[in-house]
Ligand binder design. Structure first.
Ligand SMILES: N[C@@H](CCC(=O)N[C@@H](CS)C(=O)NCC(=O)O)C(=O)O
Length: 200
């Protein structure tokens, strides 16, 4: 039995909903309204002391951190290559996502489209834009010679990066010059059992 502690607008949570759907795994969805501080209740902090969604429950155990959950679910499936070097490349892109991409692109979207507080975060947004575009440039460059991020196949590296890139415009990022990224979006959206960020 699987349960997902989930906040629908979150790209980190969407990564898990997308993979669960593509693996055909049924799960119970537990809505955690982070805007209402439901991720910080004493009850929730017992399952993730870091007070953040997503959290997966399976086999009597809890697991937090979206990319760790992706890895757990994808192990021994076609969503994770089997070669050691290719697995390390998947990790390389997932760490890139968490350090260079998500803190800039997801945070901008959170301030602009979820909190609707663009004016309040004006200065911080400027700084996030600069480094966020640098991350998008790295992705665009990689996709000049590759259809997917690792081993020329759709994997959890693509899921991790797609989640916030495809909604980057909601954080005021202009994707019009990123033609390779937009072609990659289409390749992902054509995968079997793809669902969009609003679906579950
Ligand atoms: N590194 C974590 C980040 C998780 C995260 O920031 N979750 C946000 C939603 S996207 C959250 O639940 N925030 C609630 C809070 O900080 O109270 C992951 O990849 O899962």
């Amino acid at each position: 039995m699987y349960k997902l502690y989930d906040f629908l607008p979150s790209g980190n949570c969407y990564k898990i909903r997308l993979l669960l759907n593509q693996l055909g795994i049924e799960y119970e969805r537990i809505n955690i309204d982070i805007l209402n501080k439901e991720s910080r209740t004493s009850e929730f902090l017992k399952i993730n002391p870091n007070g953040r969604t997503p959290v997966l429950y399976h086999d009597g155990r809890y697991l937090a951190e979206s990319n760790a959950i992706l890895w757990y679910l994808a192990s021994n499936t076609g969503f994770l290559p089997t070669d050691n070097y290719e697995q390390a490349q998947v990790l390389q892109w997932m760490f890139f996502e968490q350090y260079s991409h998500e803190p800039n692109i997801a945070t901008s979207r959170y301030w602009v489209s979820i909190l609707r507080a663009e004016n309040e975060y004006k200065e911080q947004l400027k700084a996030k834009m600069k480094v966020g575009y640098a991350a998008l440039d790295v992705m665009e460059q990689h996709l000049r010679n590759n259809n997917f991020f690792v081993a020329n196949q759709y994997s959890i590296a693509d899921i991790a990066l797609y989640a916030y890139t495809h909604v980057a415009e909601e954080g005021n990022f202009d994707l019009s010059e990123y033609s390779r990224i937009k072609e990659w979006f289409k390749r992902i959206e054509n995968q079997e059992n793809y669902i969009n960020i609003k679906a579950y």
